[in-house]
Design a protein around this ligand. Structure first.
Ligand code: HEC
Length: 399
């Protein structure tokens, strides 16, 4: 695999291919905002990926007729920054997949709701048609895996499943794109594809994630993920009952790269600490993890990964020259949204840099997501166990 790749080319490719920039819209009118002129563009760009029929959002928010009854709860949700789901603190990034609203957008929505949610004059902006369900984003995949249909009960607790996938590949495979096609978007909350450890069905390395509203994933040109020969995959499902019985038949498609064309391995470095032991009832258990980079890298993205008791996670870099750089802060972690924060511009870090991840957990009854505040919790694969795993996506940097 040739190591040489021009940094600028990779950066440009990363910006153009992996990251889907949100559409540029003119700022909203903060005087007399209306649905047609000000609110609809914000909802279309940031909300309807989930709030449309057959998606995870509990109601559709495309048209005035659909939105009007929800005006007040929308104002409340955006003011509290509960919606859209985006947990990164301001001041980091910038992120190419940032769907958070800026202060003007929030002000426009809250003022609009307070003014009685006026429609405004003229035609409503038309919402782009959703992609045709069932079609693959990048043509016919080189390999497709269909999971057996799974019945999700209409009511009750969220369900989690780790499903082994035997690949049977007799040589190394370089993966250049991954698409997850959720079977039933009303119940599949998130899905993570892991590479299994050698000879075991144990989550070793993160390959791709799908959460409500997510797009198929093509890696930056020249880079690919490695699936060593004989290695298997694991599908990690989180289902959320929708009130109706559902059958989920999710499938995944992989596109392989020709090994000669792979210039860089896209690596996900797990910065993890399996020694966590969170006492029952502890509202603020703190722990950290760190890893030293063995080569110069271009960092592309971060994914904080904890479970229900995860509360905060901060990523920073300690450079060999003694300086430190803050990379990402998430002070309101929410397990429901396995967000990967994709940098608009890759960050270059030299070999010898220590990447540090500091996390805190809330194992008290005051944490509404906590399944059981009366037990001590350790590292484990079950969602009722915990994890402290800060994932860092990078490629080797050219000198
Ligand atoms: C990634 C998917 C996603 C995006 C994007 C999203 N939502 Fe939601 N939204 C949900 C889900 C799922 C729920 C229900 C469960 C929850 O609250 O977490 C919800 C709940 C809501 C609720 C509460 C509904 C109720 O029953 O009270 C409101 C209001 C809302 N969303 C508004 C918005 C607005 C406004 C935006 C954009 C600014 C937005 N959402 C973006 C997924 C999303």
């Amino acid at each position: 695999m040739p190591q040489a790749i021009r940094v600028t080319r990779l950066a440009a490719a990363a910006a153009a291919v992996l990251f889907l920039a949100p559409p540029v819209t003119a700022g909203p009118n903060l005087d007399q905002p209306t649905f047609v002129d000000d609110v609809a563009p914000i909802l279309h760009a940031n909300c309807v990926s989930c709030h449309q029929p057959d998606e995870i959002g509990p109601m559709s928010l495309r048209t005035y007729r659909e939105v009007r009854p929800w005006a007040r709860s929308i104002a409340r949700a955006v003011e509290n920054r509960d919606m859209p789901p985006w947990d990164a603190d301001p001041g980091y990034g910038p992120w190419s997949n940032d769907i958070s609203l800026n202060d003007d957008e929030i002000a426009a929505i809250t003022l609009w709701a307070a003014n009685g949610a006026p429609r405004g004059e003229g035609d409503e902006p038309v919402q782009e048609q959703p992609e045709t369900v069932g079609e693959w984003a990048f043509g016919e995949p080189d390999w497709v895996f269909e999971f057996d249909p799974y019945e999700v009960a209409p009511e009750g607790e969220d369900e989690f499943r780790d499903v082994p996938i035997t690949t049977g590949f007799e040589e190394d495979r370089w993966i250049r794109a991954i698409e997850v096609q959720p079977g039933d978007r009303k119940v599949l909350h998130h899905f993570i594809l892991w590479r299994a450890a050698e000879g075991a069905f144990y989550q070793e390395s993160w390959m791709a994630a799908w959460t409500a509203g997510a797009k198929p994933y093509r890696f930056p040109a020249g880079s690919a993920r490695l699936l060593q020969k004989g290695r298997n995959l694991i599908g990690d499902f989180h289902y959320h009952p929708s009130g109706e019985a559902a059958t989920d038949s999710t499938r995944i498609g992989l596109w392989f790269a020709n090994p000669d064309e792979v210039e860089q391995e896209l690596v996900t470095l797990p910065v993890w600490n399996a020694g966590i032991n969170i006492p029952a009832g502890d509202p603020n258990y703190e722990a950290e993890a760190s890893r030293v980079l063995e080569e110069d890298v271009l960092v592309l993205a971060f994914t904080p990964h904890m479970h229900y008791r995860g509360k905060t996670m901060f990523f920073s870099a300690e450079l060999p020259d003694g300086s430190t750089r803050d990379l990402l802060g998430v002070s309101r972690y929410d397990f429901n949204w396995q967000t990967t924060y994709q940098l608009s511009e890759p960050i270059r870090l030299p070999a010898g840099t220590r990447v540090r991840v500091k996390a805190s957990f809330d194992n008290s009854a005051g944490n509404p997501s906590n399944p059981d505040p009366t037990v001590d919790v350790k590292w484990g694969l079950e969602s009722t166990d915990e994890m402290l795993n800060g994932l860092v996506d990078y490629v080797a940097a050219d000198n």
